[in-house]
Write a new protein. Structure first.
Length: 130
């Protein structure tokens, strides 16, 4: 199925549906939880993982809405620093809650998959000295 939309090069015309998986890493700093979306370099912060996730959910939703409104799909592809990818790769799978992004299917963008991991710096240090 094709849609009339803005493609990644910014040209109007028929374009295939873009399917964007989302990866997020949870980590703690200074007694706060952070949920960091790796694909968009967006962060949610809170006293709990659930609060951080809710903040991230809102940030991603606003980024998607603005990118679609201004026909700038490339704005969605702003990867986080390699440090956060490394934290994700070293993290443990987690099911903290659910992003409300699974319903995003607009124009030429669909978000269906969300993978979350929790990074624990203390465990990493313990493993390094083992």
């Amino acid at each position: 199925m094709t849609h009339d939309a803005i493609d990644l090069a910014g040209h109007e015309g028929p374009e295939k549906m873009l399917r964007m998986p989302i990866r997020a890493v949870f980590y703690r700093e200074n007694n706060q939880w952070f949920a960091h979306c790796l694909e968009m370099d967006l962060i949610g912060e809170g006293d709990t993982k659930e609060e951080a996730l809710a903040q991230l959910d809102g940030a991603i939703r606003m980024q998607v809405d603005a990118s679609l409104e201004f026909k700038n799909i490339r704005n969605l592809i702003q990867p986080a620093d390699a440090k956060y990818f490394a934290m994700f790769f070293a993290g443990k799978d987690c099911a903290i809650g659910q992003l409300n992004l699974l319903d995003i299917r607009e124009k030429n963008l669909e978000i269906k998959e969300i993978e979350a991991r929790e990074y624990d710096a203390v465990e990493e240090q313990d493993c390094a000295f083992a």
